[in-house]
Design a protein around this ligand. Structure first.
Ligand code: S3P
Length: 427
């Protein structure tokens, strides 16, 4: 386990290609794997989480070859997966276990899927309950992984999810691909729709609107070449850094700006940040753009309600920004952060306190007053990639030295994060 030592910097300058979107990469591999032919996937994320999805699919009999900038996936068709010879390992990845469970629920074999210690402590009742209603049998200890899934013929359901979670919605839609009839999912707020958009691209009979996603099964998926945009959740660390650090200008190229993912742009606007979009295009239903950001005068805001699912992975870095914003920033309705790779509200509050920030932890959020001069400290990454990256950016504006413990966990979503950061530092 490696620690990372970081110091204050004077300026960030340069242009950075955002790494492939992690969420879309999982979906590209899974949907290609059950499609009817060969799919070339470009722009694939190199994240360890995505490698976990690829490894599980290989264990289910899918051939996935590495290719320049991506992979070639040899789809086995809707019913071509084979019973795995070993326990499937989703590593640290909630998306891998929850989406693959939806597919496994419809297979005519039994498979067990598990993950690392963090994943084995995350809530799985949210997918077990709907899959059980559809007719799958899932054994678990207290609704936690490992999950042993005995699949079979599924029935379509109408399901009102109590959480706005794209992982839950996608799990049900993937099972719904195999179920006879219309499977409908509603959620309290609209979560990211990458699964719906890609299913549409591949010919599934799917409709979605803000209130509802509905799929008519069973249906075949047609192989397509898929180009994946850059990950706005990875770009977010650089967008915030470029707007926080004095004398800075950064360009993030080819960033996915799907409306349900780009709440950070709305938030930057409401906090007074100076940024511009250019080179806007749409490929495979997913819009993308270059984003240029400059040093800005931040002010406080309130983040809550329908915005939360659209910034769910960006809240750690926005909490760092809030320490530099004039006024009181309130983050509310963000209880879900307690069941991510770590309890992110607790991890943010404890590390911000160590750096001398003015922060109050609430059951569903944080209240942060600014601006405060942060002090370097010895910080626990909680083995959570987004906590490690958020506090690495905080270290660049803090007095003295900051140590991030177990910083290599950034590879879960963003291998190369520290090299790219190094390349834009101008001291
Ligand atoms: C993801 C959905 C979100 C997000 C996670 C990736 C996805 O989780 O936090 O990093 O790929 O569907 P929830 O769906 O649990 O909110």
């Amino acid at each position: 386990m490696e620690d990372k030592k970081l110091h204050r910097v004077n300026s960030l300058q340069g242009a950075v290609e955002a790494p492939g979107d992690k969420s879309i990469s999982h979906r590209a591999l899974i949907l290609s794997a059950i499609s009817d032919g060969v799919c070339r996937v470009s722009g694939l994320s190199g994240a360890l989480d995505v490698q976990s999805t690829a490894a599980c699919l290989r264990a289910l009999g899918v051939k996935i070859n590495k290719a320049k900038n991506g992979a070639i996936v040899h789809g086995v068709g809707m019913n071509g997966l084979r019973a795995p010879q070993k326990i499937l390992d989703a590593g640290n990845s909630g998306t891998t276990i929850r989406l693959l469970s939806g597919v496994l629920a419809a297979q005519n074999f039994t498979a067990t899927i598990t993950g690392d210690e963090s994943l084995r402590n995350r809530p799985m009742r949210r997918i077990i309950e709907p899959l059980d209603l559809m007719g799958a049998r899932i054994n678990s200890d207290d609704f936690k992984a490992p999950l042993t899934i005995t699949g079979g013929p599924l029935r379509a359901i109408d399901y009102a999810s109590s959480v706005a979670s794209a992982q839950v919605k996608s799990c049900i839609l993937l099972a719904g691909l195999y179920a006879r009839g219309v499977t409908r999912v509603t959620e309290p707020y609209h979560s990211r729709d990458h699964t719906e958009l890609m299913l549409q691209e591949m010919g599934a009979n799917i409709r979605s609107s803000e209130a509802l996603a509905a799929i008519i099964g069973p249906c075949e998926l047609h192989a397509r070449d898929i180009d994946i945009p850059g990950d706005i959740s990875a770009a977010a660390f650089f967008l915030v850094a470029g707007a926080l650090i004095p004398n800075s200008q950064l360009v993030m190229r080819n960033v996915g700006v799907n409306l349900l993912r780009s709440g950070i742009l709305h938030t930057l606007t409401s906090m007074g940040v100076n940024y511009q979009l250019s080179d806007q295009i749409e490929l495979n239903n997913e819009p993308r753009a270059s984003i240029t950001v400059k040093t800005s005068a931040w002010h406080a805001t309130t983040l809550g309600g329908a915005l939360i699912p659209r910034i769910i992975d960006e809240i750690p870095i926005l909490a760092i920004a809030a320490t530099q914003a004039e006024g009181v920033t309130t983050i509310k309705d963000a209880r879900e952060l307690r069941v991510k790779e770590s309890d992110r509200l607790a991890a943010l509050a404890s590390n911000l306190n160590k750096m001398g920030a003015k922060v109050r932890e609430k059951e569903d959020g944080l209240v942060i007053s600014g601006p405060t001069v942060l002090k370097g400290a010895e910080l626990d990454s909680h083995n959570d990639h987004r906590i490690a990256m958020a506090f690495s950016i905080a270290a660049l504006i803090a007095e003295g030295e900051t140590t991030i413990q177990n910083a290599e966990c950034v590879d879960i979503s963003f291998p190369g994060f520290y090299d790219i950061l190094e390349s834009v530092i101008h001291d």
